[in-house]
Write a protein that binds this ligand. Structure first.
Ligand SMILES: [Zn+2]
Length: 357
């Protein structure tokens, strides 16, 4: 066996209930909050049993379902990874993190649009509330998204003023900010505003790469999940507007991942789990190697670098006295065959064994 620190996925959505292959957020309207919460229990278990002992969960449609899951896991009611959670998406109305696609005369319940904010002061107000409710970080949506009706991944959404307000307000509470961004200007705005990580970073340009490097901003690029979007698209499950948003983006993101690795930008491991089925996140390692990382760099993205991104280098990300006993093992040497990480044989979290094959 090869022994490694427990893996960390820096971009998950464990608390959105059973995965819907259509990726259509409107399916949330068919379920109560409690139903979504119970459906999320297997998501947590599959994630832990596949070797991920910690996740940074970066947003949920039903506000605060992620805090409930985090706390249920830490209390021992539910088996799952240690979760760091965002509470809600901070998004413009009608934007990447909003539930959209309904007729305009339909009023959503409060928890399905909790994080909507449309000025720097509204952004600050929402962050103040989230901080008070006990979130671990803030997730802002800087640009449009692929899997959102009426939102283009190539558009900017929050303004520079709003992004700066988000980072400033989050820092008042000791919270870091993760920014969803596909469009190149939205990526640069987020980096200049001082976010800790840019999620997706799909269309990042050379200036964006230089800025990320200079500022020490992490890029958290989900370069595997395109496989799932295309497979679900081929079977006719995904709404056609989402497939149009996605055209070309997967290929460009992978090319830009290679550029980022070559430029020496800080990189973490994040998969957008929920786009692909839960429990297969480790398939991304082979893609990170295919697109320019050494196997050791790919492993570090999910261990030491991920812990640094979380601000938890002192207790996560390596095997040392004084840290959590989060330890996994695989059957062969992952530095020789990175696919070994897709079949984890042993999982321990905080000294308790969950998998022994
Ligand atoms: Zn996501």
């Amino acid at each position: 066996m090869a022994v490694l620190p427990g893996l960390i996925d820096c971009h998950t959505h464990l608390a959105d209930g059973a995965r819907d292959p259509s990726g259509d957020p409107l399916s949330q309207l068919k379920k109560t909050a409690a139903q979504v919460a119970f459906e999320s229990i297997p998501n947590a278990r599959l994630t832990l049993e596949s070797g991920f002992t910690t996740v940074r969960d970066v947003g949920v449609y039903r506000a605060f379902n992620d805090l409930a899951l985090r706390d249920a896991i830490s209390a021992g009611y539910v088996v799952g990874p240690r979760m760091f959670v965002a509470g809600a998406y901070i998004t413009i109305s009608g934007g990447a993190g909003a539930l959209t696609g309904m007729a305009p005369d339909i009023t959503l319940p409060w928890d399905l649009h909790y994080g909507e904010a449309n000025s720097p002061w509204e952004v600050r107000q929402k962050i103040r509330l989230l901080a008070n409710h006990g979130v671990d970080h803030i997730k802002v949506l800087s640009t449009g998204a692929v899997l959102t009706h009426g939102s283009s991944p190539r558009s900017e959404e929050f303004t520079m003023d709003e992004l700066e307000a988000a980072v400033d307000e989050a820092h008042h509470f000791g919270l870091r900010v993760a920014a969803h961004a596909h469009a190149r200007q939205g990526i640069k705005n987020a980096i200049r505003a001082g976010v800790t990580s840019v999620e997706h970073a799909t269309l990042i340009d050379d200036e964006g790469l230089a800025l990320a490097k200079a500022r020490g901003t992490y890029l958290d690029m989900d370069i595997y999940d395109e496989e799932c979007i295309q497979a679900d698209g081929a079977s006719g499950k995904i709404p056609t507007d989402f497939l149009q948003h996605d055209a070309e983006l997967g290929r460009i993101q992978r090319e830009n991942f290679r550029k980022a690795v070559n430029a020496g930008v800080k990189m973490s491991f994040g998969t957008d789990a929920g786009v692909c089925p839960y429990g297969v996140a480790a398939r991304q390692f082979a893609f990170m190697v295919k697109y320019g990382m050494t196997p050791m760099q790919a492993i570090q993205a999910a261990t030491g670098s991920a812990a640094d991104l979380l601000g938890h280098s002192s207790d996560l990300g390596s095997i040392k006295p004084g840290k959590y006993a989060d330890i996994i093992a695989v059957a062969g040497d992952p530095l020789q065959n990175i696919h070994q990480l897709e079949d984890v044989k042993f999982v321990m979290k905080e000294g308790k064994v969950y998998v022994r094959k």
